[in-house]
Ligand binder design. Structure first.
Ligand SMILES: NC(=O)c1ccc[n+]([C@@H]2O[C@H](COP(=O)([O-])OP(=O)(O)OC[C@H]3O[C@@H](n4cnc5c(N)ncnc54)[C@H](O)[C@@H]3O)[C@@H](O)[C@H]2O)c1
Length: 325
């Protein structure tokens, strides 16, 4: 029997890696993407529908045609700065679009819904590492839109029995080790690709945003998780729901923090290139330390990250070299 999974936003960075993991595990991923930030050449493991999750008719047609047994939802805007500059557009895409998609999935009898949430739903950490019961108080519209969707899913689970798992990623990074797909955002706001572009001479150096935090070297500490480990967690979450287990949110991180200064040193080593690094003002709303407590995903899903920071940076570096040629 064909096991079809609808992957909303499957032409993007994390979604395309999830499609690869699905195909390697006997599922057929059907990408549903409007290509606003996705890439047609990232769709390599199944068919695609060019459509917008804000378009209910297009969603209904896709569900009627492909009859997916599960949904993975990656579609949306991801940039915090844009969420502050244009909250209305952000809520329209991330909240209204998500509600349409969830309703279409529920109407068509989908049994498993996996949602890309984020550690940004926690806001300022009250303690670290952050576990799933940490209070959720987002500090920007991006985090708010994700939390609203989590709450909608939670209500549907409680009152309608619609099972879902929100996965709260920390910092997604790296690329497929075989170099088939990788990170390609426009604009790029993530530290690893920006530092790699600096090492490749495509940017005038790298700015460390804040060097006066109360951390071991003054720069922010983040938890970088390999995108293939994220994809593996999505697969495990999907199977967990398909086996009839009740949904619940899980953190996806390594549990190890890396400071921005340590990150840049690692990138210099892997690239074997020096580049200018300057200390700049902190970004408003950036927390000093965001590190995941990931033991719940291990206990329930049997998921454990397999790839370390060196693999993340090496795979990202190789992907950027490949894009250049
Ligand atoms: N990248 C990270 O570090 C990170 C961290 C935490 C959470 N997330 C979440 O993971 C998800 C995927 O992130 P990503 O880095 O792969 O982003 P991405 O921009 O690469 O992928 C998003 C995809 O969704 C598509 N899309 C956007 N709006 C759409 C719409 N209305 N209809 C159909 N398709 C639409 C885009 O074209 C793109 O292909 C996002 O929801 C993001 O919030 C990402």
């Amino acid at each position: 029997m064909t096991k079809t999974i609808l992957v909303a936003g499957g032409a993007g960075y994390v979604g395309s890696h999830a499609c690869l993991a699905l195909a390697e595990n006997d599922f057929t991923p059907v990408v549903f993407d409007n290509f606003s930030n996705g890439h047609k050449d990232f769709v390599q493991w199944g068919p695609y529908v060019e459509g917008d999750i804000r378009d209910r008719e297009a969603l209904k047609a896709a569900f009627d045609h492909y009859k997916p047994i599960g949904v993975m939802h990656f579609a949306g805007f991801i940039e915090v700065g844009f969420s502050v500059a244009n909250p209305a557009a952000f809520y329209d895409n991330n909240v209204c679009g998500s509600i349409n998609l969830i309703n279409a999935a529920m109407d068509s009898g989908v049994k498993a819904f996996v949602f890309s949430s984020t550690c940004a739903t926690y806001g300022e950490p009250k303690y670290t590492p952050i576990d799933e019961s940490h209070p959720q108080n987002p500090i920007n519209p991006y985090g708010n839109t994700k939390l609203i969707v989590e709450k909608y899913l939670s209500d549907l689970q409680t009152y309608c029995g619609f099972q879902s798992i929100p996965l709260r990623y920390f910092n997604a990074a790296g690329a497929d080790t075989e170099g088939r797909i990788g990170e390609k955002h426009d604009p790029e706001t993530h530290a690893i690709p920006i530092a790699i572009e600096a090492a490749m001479g495509k940017r005038d150096g790298f700015k460390v945003l804040g060097s006066d935090y109360n951390t071991r070297d003054g720069s922010c500490i983040r938890d970088y998780i390999h995108v293939t480990d994220l994809a593996d967690a999505h697969l495990k979450a999907l199977n967990y729901l398909l086996q009839g287990n009740p949904g619940k949110p899980f953190n996806l991180g390594t549990g190890t923090g890396t400071s921005v200064i340590e990150l840049v040193d690692n990138i210099r080593d892997v690239a074997n290139q020096s580049f200018e690094v300057t200390m700049a003002s902190p970004r408003p709303g950036d927390s000093p330390t965001l590190v995941a407590q990931n033991s719940s995903a291990f206990a329930r899903l049997g998921w454990k990250p397999q790839r370390d920071l060196n693999t993340i940076i090496t795979d990202a570096w190789n992907w950027h070299q490949k894009m250049e040629h």
